[in-house]
Each structure stands twice: as structure tokens, then as C-alpha cells.
Design a protein around this ligand. Structure first.
Ligand SMILES: Nc1ncnc2c1ncn2[C@@H]1O[C@H](COP(=O)(O)OP(=O)(O)OP(=O)(O)O)[C@@H](O)[C@H]1O
Length: 303
């Protein structure tokens, strides 16, 4: 499918310091992409550029085929942004806040407003003042605000900060629905890898201002097998050109399920002892640490 968002060779230098370097990635309609990286890797900077809060030093962001750098007001139209602490008027009700934002953006009809409020699960409390809302409810109101102008691309920066497990689950279900039913392209940045793992179809890992990995996490979970075999087996894997990773006590081979019997037969033919073969479900945390080399923190952070 054609990407809806294209980040093309985007770099940012601030006061002589290169914060991000020639970043490239695409986002596809209907896909939820997780944007992860160690502290200070450049996530917020990239997101600020993608939402027009910051200009890139070079490169370009295209949304729906329109360059943000050439035609910002057109390009930003289909973008919905959810920030960590959405700005709300706490002395007004949730409903009045939404009406206010609806007037600012587009003319969402009352029916549409009711549908969005229902979608984010705030129908029962929408006429109460925002000052009485929990953090989770404010977050949902922020999401409703972003949904007012029917975004085709939704960016969420650390969306689950302060949400309880039920709130996180609700957000996950809602994002899935928006992606599946309305074809929204979603980008979620988060530190919580288990949450990204449950929520996303794809991950992009950024480290020291560069994209170090783009991976389809749904597919990758089904195409890796763990082989507990004697060491001589590794030569056989090499000779048949399998892609594999040798870990401490076992080997992970990148193969599809229907290739497993053939590999077992090849190993048996060469008299390699096989102790076990199991589908390998690597956690996102393991993948992340492998890719970033355990670099969870870059100490130069001065935000
Ligand atoms: N205005 C600025 N001036 C100087 N350096 C900056 C500025 N903004 C960001 N940086 C630096 O750029 C790097 C990337 O910052 P950024 O906030 O994009 O990272 P991040 O991946 O979002 O980190 P975190 O996960 O901690 O929020 C950091 O080293 C930060 O100190």
C-alpha cells in the first residue's frame, strides 16, 4: 500500500550539534507504528518536525503527498496530534472544550461530536468540568479533540503516561479500531516496550539520531525458530545459507514454519543431534536491546 507519510532524509542541527541525521521512514494507512529509542535518541525532535513545531535543517516530510516544508497548511490538515498533557480549559466541561476546539478547526456536527465522545468512552462524564477528570479521562478528551477533524495520520507522544492498565487497554483497542476501520496511519512513541509490542504492527528504532531498525513485529514473531542442536549443526546452517543467530545455549534460525521440516531433515542427514525445535517468541525488549546494544540512556540529555 502507498505510504501516507514519508519522512525523507530529515536532519536537524541545533547550535552546531547534529540531533538527527538523514532520517527516512514511511507510514502506511491502517498500520500502527511504534517509535522507540533510548533517552535522547531524537524521538521528540522527529515528532516535533513531523507536527510542524520545528523546522528540519534539511530534508522533508510529506503527508498525503504534500510537503510540509512547501505547503504547511495543506499538509498538516489530516494530522491529529496527541501530546502528553493536552491543553484543556479545566473550568469548562469536556463537552464545551470539544465545542471550542471543533469551532477552531472544522465544523464537526453534533452527531459527529457524540460519536467521537462515545468512541473515546466519555459519554457519561462529558458534561462535567475537566477539573474533575482523572488523568486518563483528560487523555481521552485529548484523543477526542484530535479526532474532531477526522485525521488520517495520528501521532501520539508517550500516550499512556499516567494511564492505568484498563486505560492503556482501552487506548489500544481504540487505536486498533481507528487503524483497521478508518485506515488511519498511527505513530506512537513510548518508553514502554511491552505496551508497544501489544499495540503496534511495526516498530522503528532510533538511536543517536539515526534509524537503526525498522521491523514488522507481527511477521517477525512467526518466522523465527529456536533450534537446540549440537555446535556442529552451525556449519550445516552455514552451508545451506540459513540466516541464524547463535545465542548462549541455542540458535535462532530465521525461517518460515513450512521450511522447518526440510531443515530438520538436513540436520538429521548430517547426523546432527537435535534436542528441541520451538517457535521463537523474542520479546520486543530483547530485540530492542540487541539492536541498540543495551544503550538505554544517552547522558547528554539537556531538555
Ligand atoms: N533545543 C535543543 N537544544 C540543544 N539540544 C537539544 C535541543 N532539543 C533536543 N536536544 C538534544 O537532542 C537530543 C535528542 O533529544 P530528543 O528530545 O529528541 O530525544 P528523545 O528521543 O525524545 O528523548 P527522551 O526519550 O528522553 O524524551 C538530546 O541529546 C537532547 O539533549
Amino acid at each position: 500500500m502507498e505510504p501516507f507519510v514519508r519522512v525523507k532524509n530529515v536532519s536537524k542541527t541545533i547550535r552546531g550539534k547534529q540531533i538527527i541525521q538523514a532520517i527516512n521512514f514511511d507510514l502506511i494507512p491502517g498500520q500502527i507504528t511504534g517509535f522507540i529509542g533510548p533517552n535522547g535518541a531524537g524521538k521528540t525532535t522527529t515528532i516535533r518536525i513531523m507536527t510542524g513545531l520545528m523546522k528540519p535543517t534539511s530534508g522533508e516530510v510529506e503527508i498525503g503527498g504534500i510537503s510540509m516544508q512547501k505547503n504547511f497548511s495543506e499538509a498538516i490538515r489530516p494530522v491529529g496530534v496527541i501530546v502528553e498533557n493536552p491543553e484543556m480549559y479545566s473550568y469548562l466541561s469536556g463537552y464545551k472544550n470539544l465545542l471550542h476546539f471543533a469551532r477552531m478547526h472544522d465544523k464537526a456536527s453534533k452527531d459527529e461530536l457524540a460519536r467521537i465522545i462515545d468512541q473515546v468512552g466519555l459519554t457519561d462524564r462529558i458534561h462535567e468540568k475537566v477539573s474533575t477528570y482523572s488523568l486518563g479521562m483528560r487523555q481521552r478528551l485529548g484523543l477526542a479533540q484530535a479526532l474532531l477533524h477526522k485525521p488520517k495520520f495520528l501521532i501520539l507522544d508517550e500516550p499512556t503516561n499516567g494511564l492505568d492498565p484498563a486505560g492503556i487497554r482501552e487506548l489500544r483497542v481504540l487505536l486498533r479500531k481507528l487503524a483497521d476501520e478508518e485506515g488511519v496511519a498511527v505513530l506512537v512513541s513510548s518508553h514502554l516496550l511491552t505496551e508497544i509490542e501489544l499495540m503496534c504492527d511495526r516498530i522503528i528504532i532510533i538511536q543517536r539520531g539515526q534509524i537503526v531498525e525498522t521491523r514488522d513485529i507481527r511477521a517477525s514473531q512467526q518466522s523465527r525458530y529456536r533450534f537446540d542442536i549440537e555446535n556442529e549443526g552451525l556449519e550445516i546452517l552455514n552451508s545451506y545459507n540459513y540466516t541464524f543467530t547463535q545465542l548462549e545455549n541455542f540458535t535462532i534460525v530465521d525461517i518460515e514454519r513450512d521450511q522447518v521440516p526440510a531443515l530438520i531433515a538436513q540436520l538429521v542427514e548430517k547426523n546432527i543431534a537435535i534436542y528441541a525445535v520451538t517457535p521463537y517468541q523474542e520479546s520486543l525488549e530483547d530485540q530492542f536491546l540487541q539492536v541498540t546494544g543495551g544503550d538505554m540512556h544517552v547522558p547528554t540529555h539537556t531538555k
